[in-house]
Design a protein around this ligand. Structure first.
Ligand code: MEV
Length: 317
């Protein structure tokens, strides 16, 4: 049996602008993971058939019965191609993920990476991180046509990254570990709609949108310094600035704003939407003194789920 996992993720700075070539910062959320186990099938009747199971999406099926455009069929096929296997191996592939679906925590990218990693290891041809990342990127294109590549990158490397599309991801130096609270609005994160909406605005007014993306890029670069220096007050202020730019982009919602206000009033050092927006999560920078009050305030104001994550340079074992 082979088992492989991949973490959830959140975007700390630079979402949307990163699709237009600006930098962004993302970190893994290691307490929630996609886990894939693979076993050989030995019955002669199962020769050349791959069984796929995912409770979260209610799927139990042979690979050849799944639509080829389905993200799971796609990542399996791409992986088999990448390792040069021409016949489908007789295997049972089971996916168990604790990453909430459609919440902006990168569940799709994590499942792709865990599937590809488990499959290539089980078949004795483990793929390099770079290759795992490119395959997950291909699948992400199904979710929205123009992904920047940050989701698959942070999930594959499983460490905080400073990312510019088309460049090698850089390690993010974290001078002082810090704590974030992730508050789920309960509204599904609509990545495809949010990315399309921003694209429509960009098409109708390129100069204003480019200026907004530049401002977001500049906030992201300043945040990188604040994280390196362990300067949490500055980091919190930059999160608030990024949030007001996301409001200008039009991807916040009244529900997200309510959570942001509640977290701020309860003592969060900085708060913003994380990921595509139009639903999904907000993230709040907290310290020992404020974390309980912020968690309570988020729940009292309708958050459907609250997670903590610590950000540090450490790479997971
Ligand atoms: C989604 O996690 C982040 C976006 O910037 C889209 C992307 O980078 O592909 C909204």
């Amino acid at each position: 049996m082979t088992e492989a996992t991949a973490p959830g993720k959140i975007i700390l700075f630079g979402e949307h602008a990163v699709v237009y070539g600006r930098p962004a910062i993302a970190v893994p959320v290691r307490d929630v993971r996609a886990k894939v186990t693979i076993q050989n099938l030995t019955a002669p009747s199962q020769a050349g058939s791959l069984w796929v199971e995912s409770k979260a999406i209610g799927l139990s099926s042979w690979l050849h019965e799944i639509d080829g455009g389905h993200p799971l069929a796609k990542i399996i096929t791409l992986t088999l191609e990448a390792i040069g296997l021409e016949t489908v191996p007789s295997l049972r592939l089971a996916i168990n993920s604790s990453i909430p679906l459609a919440s902006g925590l990168g569940s799709g990218a994590a499942v792709s990476v865990a599937v590809s990693r488990a499959l290539s290891e089980h078949l004795g041809r483990p793929l390099a991180l770079k290759d795992l990342s490119s395959l997950a990127f291909e699948v992400d294109r199904i979710h929205h046509g123009t992904p920047s590549g940050i989701d698959n990158t942070v999930v594959v490397y499983d460490r905080p990254v400073y990312f510019i599309p088309g460049k090698e991801p850089e390690r993010l130096e974290v001078g002082l570990p810090f704590m974030l609270i992730i508050g789920d609005s309960g509204q599904p994160s609509a990545t495809i709609e949010a990315v399309a909406q921003v694209r429509d605005s960009w098409i109708s007014d390129k100069p204003s949108m480019e200026a907004l993306f530049d401002s977001i890029g500049s906030v992201t670069n300043q945040a990188r310094e604040a994280i390196r220096d362990g300067d949490l007050p500055r980091l919190g202020g930059l999160m608030n600035q990024n949030q007001s730019l996301l409001l200008d982009l039009g991807v916040s919602t009244p529900t997200l704003e309510l959570l942001i206000e509640a977290a701020g009033a309860a003592g969060a050092i900085g708060v913003k939407v994380s990921g595509a927006g139009l639903g999904g999560n907000i993230i709040a920078l907290v310290d020992q003194d404020s974390q309980r009050a912020v968690k309570r305030a988020l729940i009292a104001n309708g958050a459907s789920k609250v997670l903590y994550t610590e950000v540090s340079t450490e790479v997971s074992p």
